[in-house]
Design a protein around this ligand. Structure first.
Ligand code: NAD
Length: 459
């Protein structure tokens, strides 16, 4: 065999798997058809965060008057080519960093599209390599829907809109999920008139209902038009611009459309093994060791059935797959994977949503509004809350949901405590620095136990 471990796909699952295999003493090779770093670094998490940061600057400029700072708000505009150039610099730095990590660990990188020939053979560009174990990390691509006119040139996916050099005057977003909400936030701040078309009765349907309600309220307050229970029926063209026909809502004319209706797994790397490797609705089935049904073939990342399509979940799956490919016996649990939404303000979640928790347990819910948090008020903000859902008898923390400044940073504490099975009684006793946003988590734990000092007494 040429290698101990061959990894197909160099996104967050794949590059971590290759490095881990090398760290464990394996000879590792990584195949990547595009730029190392996958969707997260090149077309997803990182690029969007540069856009949302720009939107935050604009938000702060608008709020500056609250602090007695005089700025000409009207003159604050975004130079899109410069923002795209900045985003590209950040992406290049990070993808270059990953390439050097691979090099420093002695991982061989092959540029080209790779496919499985059999469980030990990978082919790419007419050449073949053999490996004792293979880890499939093909990732995902933007999903499409079979609607007439959807191939209009101005219907873009997140891949394309993150390189657009112009700000559309009118942007329509199909799908009010995570991608749709983050991009709607950014482009609204940049000056677009934004309309979000969502088929479900709520935005970010994967998150707790109160987060969805809060994001909806903020969007509407900021002038983002949101159509719920709205299904796209067709796309037509009017003088080169796309027009959406939406059931019950009529026509929506726009200058650009973002299609953000979910992502589909890319399992083309299964190649000749596609009939042998078990899949479920286009995704690879894996056990808690990240093993597929074929011995020596592992998988990790967005292409794994039932796993969240999140880079941090992919990192963990990649590590576990590589450890097991190198002969260890490690399990992964994706029970407490936090999810973050980078809107303004941010939102984050870990564990069960209130609706799910209520159906399964006898629960108590604690909630602390950010409008009662000193650091939030001192920052000129007041939006958001921290909600903690606990199981009544022992105080086990079942779910934590947040909206507010730095919510994406704050969720790690909740995830860590839940992983360590710390109860709400213990969490409410942890001394948190004051004034911080994170105090709100401790206060919400105390509220779930009926002993929050910084909320009015409940009758
Ligand atoms: P999503 O599943 O979050 O949202 C897609 C939305 O589109 C859903 O609300 C769905 O109801 C709606 N939809 C589907 N068909 C529709 C139609 N015909 N008309 C109107 N609405 C329709 O998917 P996404 O936002 O595309 O994101 C894809 C993946 O990427 C997600 O799994 C997400 O976790 C991940 N992601 C994560 C982050 C983050 O962690 N901050 C950011 C971006 C993407």
């Amino acid at each position: 065999m040429d290698y101990d471990v061959a990894v197909i796909g160099g996104g967050p699952a794949g590059y971590v798997a290759a490095i881990k295999a090398a760290q464990l003493g394996g000879r590792a090779v990584l195949f990547e058809k595009d730029v190392i770093g996958g969707t997260c670094l090149n077309r997803g998490c990182i690029p969007t965060k540069t856009y949302v940061k720009a939107a935050e600057y604009l938000h702060h400029i608008e709020n500056a008057k609250t602090f007695g700072i005089s700025v000409d708000v009207g003159s604050a505009t975004v130079d899109m080519p410069r923002l795209v150039a900045f985003k590209d610099t950040v992406v290049k730095k990070l993808t270059g960093g990953v390439a050097s990590l691979l090099k420093s660990n002695g991982v061989d990188v092959v540029k080209g599209e790779a496919k499985l020939e059999d469980e030990n053979t990978i082919s790419s560009g007419g050449k073949k390599w053999t490996a004792k174990n293979v880890i499939l990390c093909g990732g995902s691509v933007a999903g499409r829907i079979p609607v007439s006119g959807i191939d209009h040139p101005k219907v873009l996916t997140s891949d394309e809109i993150l390189s657009a050099r112009e700000i559309p005057r009118r942007l329509a977003v199909i799908g009010g999920g995570v991608i749709g909400c983050e991009i709607a936030t950014a482009f609204k701040a940049f000056g677009s008139e934004v309309t979000v078309v969502e088929a479900l009765p709520k935005l970010v349907g994967t998150m707790d209902g109160e987060i969805s309600d809060s994001i909806l309220k903020t969007f509407r307050k900021n002038g983002i038009k949101v159509l719920l229970n709205a299904r796209l029926e067709s796309v037509s063209d009017k003088n080169g611009s796309p027009v959406l026909s939406v059931g019950g809502e009529g026509d929506i004319e726009s200058d650009a459309v973002l299609l953000s209706v979910g992502r589909s797994a890319d399992i083309t790397c299964l190649g000749s093994m596609s009939a042998k490797i078990a899949t479920e609705r286009g995704k690879v089935i894996a056990d808690d060791h990240m093993r597929t049904n074929v011995k020596g073939v592992f998988t990790a990342g967005d292409a794994v059935a039932g796993a969240p399509m999140l880079a941090h979940a992919a990192f963990k799956m990649g590590e576990i797959a590589a450890s097991n490919a190198m002969g260890r016996d490690e399990k992964t649990s994706l029970k407490n994977v936090p999810a973050c939404l980078y809107t303004i303000p941010e939102a984050s979640s870990v564990g069960l949503a209130e609706e799910e928790a209520r159906a399964r347990y006898d629960i108590s819910v604690g909630k602390f509004p950010m409008a009662a948090n000193g650091r939030t008020l001192a920052s000129g903000e007041r939006e958001g809350f921290v909600k903690v859902i606990i199981e009544k008898k022992y105080g086990e923390i079942l779910g934590v949901h947040m909206v507010g400044e730095s919510a994406a940073e704050m969720i790690s504490e909740a995830a860590a405590l839940m992983d360590m099975e710390i109860t709400a009684h213990e969490a409410a006793d942890i001394i948190h620095p004051h004034p911080t946003f994170s105090e709100a988590f401790m206060e919400a734990c105390a509220d779930a136990l009926g002993r929050c000092v910084h909320l009015p007494a409940k009758k």
